[in-house]
Design a protein around this ligand. Structure first.
Ligand SMILES: *Cc1c(COP(=O)(O)O)cnc(C)c1O
Length: 393
């Protein structure tokens, strides 16, 4: 079994490019060029240099002593929360803006739900002096005012998507419509390992810097370059794909993916795609998604905006179906409690998305010799008002 994408753009049964005909030229241009361009020495040099000097990489692999003592195993945190803009998302937007420049594009569009990917995109557009339009659901614009303000400060135009449920999927539809109308000058930066091929593989490759660094960092601390377990939260799946990437075909390493159960898998308010999803097509790729019996996409729910997505990327659908990864879902309440626990055990206030991953420590038993790497995908500053309301701080 191979867990990387194949030449047809599939991970096992999942993936592909189910797109309107009008987008064929854009998608073929990307497909033809994304590996070639990202392997050019000039590209690599600029990408590496920006990751180092601008994003602040390598991010530390931190041995969490108090957490390890409490759970009697060896726990490391890969500190993506220390990236510029506060999460892993910028690794991908830096890669894609460099690609867009080399494809001769002068305008960037993006979709955003909570605003994190919108901010990461607006950031790199400001860095490169490229025009940026971010589509966001009208409801999300209201709910995520600080990120809307950030994008505006960074010089991006935020356009309101007012159809349907006025959330992420509607913003994505608007972005796709824009791309169809502006195929020549515009590149669409997708924010996770979702969308038509080659996006899932392209985003996974840009995020794979996470496991690339993890290998040499583990070697330094543990005298072996692989852990026993890798654990990450999964919304669309980009931080997880980055952490797993160089270990996907290494069977010594067990992989755990953590989804948001919301108010409970059977509550009707959940985002646990592996438990609730069926095969279908969303945003141009065949994957697992939450849908009604007649195939309408179900509105997902999670207290964390970044995990509030009705599907998972095709790589993760394949990891689930093949049994390569174990999928566990964590409720709002368990995640929120872990936001507080990690803060007080390690002095690290995590994003609520990230807190979901740590909650598996109460569900799974580990051996004292087990080496475990958690992806600390983002910092909790953006979630402070949710923490304040929840804990009455
Ligand atoms: C966006 C986000 C996620 C979820 O997205 P993935 O593509 O699944 O990684 C997780 N954590 C943080 C901090 C985020 O901002």
């Amino acid at each position: 079994m191979n867990y990387n994408v194949d030449e047809r753009g599939y991970y096992g049964d999942f993936g592909g490019a189910f797109i309107p005909e009008m987008l064929y030229p854009n998608i073929s241009e990307l497909k033809k060029n994304y590996i070639k361009i990202s392997n050019e020495p000039g590209f690599k040099k600029e990408f590496d240099s920006l990751l180092k000097e601008y994003v602040g990489r390598p991010t530390p692999l931190y041995y969490a002593k108090r957490l390890s003592n409490r759970y009697n195993c060896r726990i490391y945190l890969k500190r993506e929360d220390l990236c510029h803009t506060g999460a892993h998302k910028v690794n991908n937007t830096i890669g894609q803006i460099l690609l867009a420049k080399r494809l001769g594009k002068s305008r960037i569009i993006a979709e955003t739900g909570a605003g994190q990917h919108g901010v990461a995109t607006a950031t790199v557009c400001a860095l490169m002096g490229i025009k940026c339009v971010v589509y966001m659901g009208q409801l999300d614009i209201k709910r995520q005012a600080p990120n809307v303000a950030r994008m505006k400060m960074l010089g991006a135009e935020v356009r309101s998507a007012e159809s349907g449920s006025k959330t992420l999927k509607d913003a994505t539809n608007e972005a796709i419509r824009d791309w169809i109308n502006n195929p020549e000058d515009t590149h669409y930066i997708i924010g996770s390992v979702v969308g038509p091929h080659p996006y899932p593989d392209m985003v996974a490759r840009f995020q794979s810097i996470i496991s690339d660094e993890t290998k040499w960092q583990l070697n330094k601390y543990e005298k072996r370059d692989y852990p026993d377990f890798l654990i990450a939260c999964v919304g669309g799946g980009s931080n997880a794909a980055g952490l797993y990437y160089h270990y996907l075909n290494d069977e010594r390493v067990k992989i755990i993916a953590v989804e948001a159960a919301g108010k409970g898998i059977d509550s009707g308010e959940s985002a646990a795609t592996s438990a609730l999803g069926k095969e279908g097509i969303i945003h141009g790729s065949k994957t697992l998604l939450m849908q009604t019996s007649d195939g309408q996409i179900t509105e997902p729910y999670s207290i964390s905006a970044g995990l509030d997505y009705p599907g998972v990327g095709p790589m993760h659908a394949h990891l689930f179906r093949s049994g390569r990864a174990e999928f566990i879902s964590i409720s709002d309440q368990e995640a929120m409690d872990w936001g507080l626990t990690l803060s007080q055990l390690e002095g690290i206030i995590p994003a609520i998305e990230t807190a979901h991953a740590f909650a598996i420590l109460d569900l799974k038993k580990f051996k004292p010799s087990d080496v475990i790497v958690f992806n600390c995908s983002g910092r909790g500053d953006k979630d402070l008002s949710t923490y304040i309301d929840y804990f009455k701080l």
